[in-house]
Design a protein around this ligand. Sequence first.
Ligand code: DAH
Length: 471
Amino acid sequence: MLSEDPTKKSLTELGVTDAVQLAHRFYELRARFQRELARASEGEGWERLRDEWVGPEGSVQSRILANWIRTAPEHLKAGLVQDLQNFINEVFILSAVLQPLDQLRATDAAKIESQFRNLRGLFDREVKECRDEVDLGITERFWISPKSGVLKHIAANWRKTAPRDLVPSIGREENKLKAHITREIAERRATLESGAEESALARERIDLSLPGVIRPIGSHHLIRQVFQEIEDIFFSIGFSVVEGPEIETPYYNFEALNIPEFHPVRDDMDTFYLELPLFSDKNAAKTPLLLRTHTSPMQIRTMEKQKPPVRVIVPGKVYRRDNPDATHSFAFHQIEGLAVDTDITFCDFTGTIEYFVKQFFGPSVKTRFRPSYFPFTEPSVEFDVSCPFCGGTGAAAAGGTCSKCKGAAWIELFGAGMVDPAVYGFVNYDAKKVSGFAFGIGIDRLAMLKYGIDDIQVFFQNDVRFLKQFP
Ligand code: DAH
């Protein structure tokens, strides 16, 4: 019967390398034992069988010891010893409960009680070994399965064959054992579950000391940053910020700024005119609308609304029908400035501009102005700054000419001037009493200059690789 007995080979020869494969081998052994036991349950057969399986010599047990345990890899040894122990217990238990009591020489109530006590001891040991619900399920089935559990065998083999006078005490012991097993299993199950809960809790506990999920946070666009930088500088000398509409009328964008229709300066400001459905209504104002070509219209709107003194700056977007290239975009940014009061001189004007330029580029730069022309200022000037990159020398540090000012030593910054008295006429200011200055700074150009950017288009492409460089 043992011609192909796996216990004659070592675990290595059987190819058993882990606990699962090992458990499978024991499962097969157990099944084989039960088959043989069922066949040998008559007469003396069971004693021979017991010797064959768990006897001291030449038995399955001794072969497991010699061939499996002694040569087992270290990591399997402890489990293997436990499996063998469980298996031997099972063999003892089954071989006992499959016999009539008299074959076990239990012929009186005291001896019967001791048989039950033995069983109970074996059960107690087994249930304590259960490490999880799977173990517990196997134990539960082994003992109280209604088809083939130990208790079922006791009823069939012990009680049924017992002399009448012993039946009541067997029944009592059976009930006691069953109650004990049921209670112990329930208790063990509860312990295991709470243990499992605890370890699950430990696993799922939120670790408040771990860093959180870091979500990328955006930053202000470089243009917005430059706006703020300039605003802060003008705040510090008493200017305030106003903003105005990007859709304007020709009156504010041109006429009130002393740019009548057919004035040649309109050629420099190729304008987007709007055809809005709202204004095709025949009752609507007949005035056309446009996208403002500069922030200067806010000079007019501000002076219309308030009496002098006026000290405002106007950051905002402006639009022109320019073809896009490295220095042109159909939309760009300006900051308008306007200061009007009763006693503002050309000195106040140049002093203010110089203060701003030094704050923005650093205290070592110089400023200069050159005559220019704007219809809304008289006199008009262009402000230049001494090149901040070559220190106003026009020469690059490494030799050759400075690439920023192209050797000119000066960089053109923006247009400005004293407010033309004609403009005051449009806003009901008394040109004889008030005076002031205005300026219009191109922000994109300034940002490109300061941060070494050579293509205005990057401001509008929203490429994160660019934006990230200005956190
Ligand atoms: N509005 C002008 C432009 O966009 C810039 C400008 C020049 C504004 C002189 C001013 C100024 O306020 O005084 O070209």
